[in-house]
Design a protein around this ligand. Structure first.
Ligand code: ZN
Length: 133
């Protein structure tokens, strides 16, 4: 279970809409499964079907998290045209099995769908998201 404050949830969806028709990506950090902070990262691929987070920006975020001793809870990205389910590439590039993958689908423009997954070597599991005030 991942708990996400409403304003961060909305910020994430807004980020996806802002980058549409390209994929957006970012990192959520916090403590004990509760998100406290969202970092928007540039998608170096500039693509509508894949993403890669800028290594330099990623390092900056890692350093900031370490300084504040908060953990990486999830990596999020958007699917501008497809369902919120990990693509083959997403599975291949899931380097952090302990970190959830959140996908924001903008397939239906008026109805963004956000889902979280744990992508392991053997299986992909759906993880529940609770939006908290
Ligand atoms: Zn994807």
């Amino acid at each position: 279970m991942i708990r996400i404050p409403k304003f961060i949830y909305q910020k994430m969806v807004a980020h996806a809409k802002k980058e549409w028709p390209l994929e957006c990506c970012g990192i959520l950090s916090g403590r004990d499964g509760t998100v406290e902070k969202a970092y928007e990262l540039p998608n170096e691929e500039g693509s509508s079907v894949r993403y890669s987070m800028s290594p330099r920006e990623q390092l900056r975020v890692f350093e900031e998290m370490e300084k504040e001793s908060i953990d990486m809870i999830a990596i999020y990205h958007s699917h501008p045209h497809t369902l919120p389910f990990p693509s083959e590439t997403d599975v291949k590039l899931a380097f952090y099995p302990e970190v959830a993958s959140i996908i924001i689908s903008l397939k239906e423009e008026q109805n963004p769908v956000v889902k979280a997954f744990r992508i392991g070597k053997e299986a992909i599991c759906l993880e529940e998201i609770e939006v908290i005030p």
